[in-house]
Design a protein. Structure first.
Length: 119
């Protein structure tokens, strides 16, 4: 397994933990260039469209943090989240990128927040 869609309970946990670090309704995207104290990087272009960059980013994350990574869409109220478990990263990246082309048939939207479960 490389990429799984999270169920409601796990999704709620990730949204809650992320909300402790980032005010999703305030910090995205209005505060991107105004507050230098944020612990996050913001990308202007869709990172999920570039398979090579996303693959390298995830490989680095797994190597440094040794924990699962997530891609959260439409935060926070109507969120959908996909989880990378670190196995067969290339396959998971390709699945996510293909789904992102049509926003998973219109079921997800911006913003897209990526991170790892240890935050």
């Amino acid at each position: 397994m490389s990429l799984t869609k999270l169920e409601h309970q796990e999704l709620s946990q990730i949204v809650a933990m992320l909300s402790n670090r980032l005010e999703l309704n305030k910090d995205l995207p209005e505060m991107v260039f105004r507050n230098s104290g944020l612990e996050f990087y913001f990308f202007e272009r869709p990172l999920l469209s570039n398979v090579d960059v996303l693959y390298d980013l995830l490989c680095s994350s797994f190597k440094v943090f040794s924990t699962r990574a997530f891609a959260l869409f439409s935060a926070p109220l109507t969120s959908t989240c996909y989880l990378f478990d670190g196995e067969n990263i290339q396959e998971g990246v390709e699945k996510l990128s293909v789904g992102f082309r049509d926003f998973f048939k219109g079921t997800v939207n911006y913003p897209v927040v990526m991170g790892n479960v240890s935050f």
